[in-house]
Design a protein around this ligand. Structure first.
Ligand code: URA
Length: 231
């Protein structure tokens, strides 16, 4: 369940304050009933919401899968690095970067015009697992696996359990279901090691399409969108 004002803000109707004014101006209906309470709780998947008699779900949604190259930043504007949005040829003003990868991280990045989708992938109730291919500076010390799988604390923040798949002495596939800043690099520092190469390879059950060279992207098909949310 989500608050009505939050849902409308995620759909690009403006700031929470602006959205509250829209709701109080009696422009919003939920399942055909007028709703004037911004805190009204609804189910974004099931409830039928209209603003000025236009159904919210009728917006055209686009979701791209980008193979992010190093040297691009997950921000709309930056003074030092080009934005990942510069790699998208369709110049539309409504695109959102879904989650964040560091400038020197490569791999699967989702770009969408759907704020609700972005919210569900990054901060939804259903935690979505993200898998990273990690290359390390020193041989991985397997003695740390139980800690990682139990969930370590980083700067007093308790992390959820991770899944560790050791590929070889210097390579792991690490799955985490949250996205704290520099999380994988900090987890490897906890293991007294250092990440020298990081690439995201999977979000939920959606794998990076390896036929996309770094910097290339394509639209997601609907079964691929579903795969993101499959447990
Ligand atoms: N963890 C990191 O340290 N960096 C990323 O870009 C993603 C996860």
């Amino acid at each position: 369940m989500m608050r009505l004002d939050k849902l409308l803000a995620l759909h690009g109707f403006g700031t929470r304050n602006h959205v509250k004014k829209i709701i109080k101006a009696q422009r919003v209906r939920v399942n055909d009933d007028l709703v004037v309470d911004p805190a009204f709780k609804l189910d974004a998947e099931l409830d039928h919401i209209t603003v000025d008699h236009k159904t919210l779900t009728h917006r055209d949604k686009v979701h791209y899968m980008l193979n992010k190259p190093q040297g691009y930043i997950c921000a709309h504007i930056d003074h030092r690095y080009p934005s990942v949005l510069e790699l998208i040829h369709e110049k539309r003003s409504d695109l959102i970067i879904v989650g964040r990868l560091d400038v020197d991280t490569e791999g699967l990045l989702l770009i969408s015009n759907d704020g609700l989708f972005s919210h569900q992938v990054s901060h939804g109730k259903k935690a979505i697992e993200k898998q990273y291919h990690v290359t390390l500076k020193d041989p991985f010390n397997r003695a740390y696996i139980p800690d990682l799988e139990r969930g370590i604390a980083l700067d007093d923040v308790q992390l959820k359990p991770a899944k560790v798949n050791v590929i070889d002495d210097y390579t792991l596939h690490l799955s985490i279901s949250e996205g704290k800043k520099h999380q994988v690099k900090r987890m490897m520092r906890y293991c007294e090691n250092e990440v020298v190469f990081l690439k995201r390879i999977k979000i939920g059950k959606l794998k990076l399409d390896e036929s996309l060279s770094p910097g290339a992207y394509r639209l997601l098909e609907s079964h691929e969108v579903d795969a993101i949310f499959k447990l």
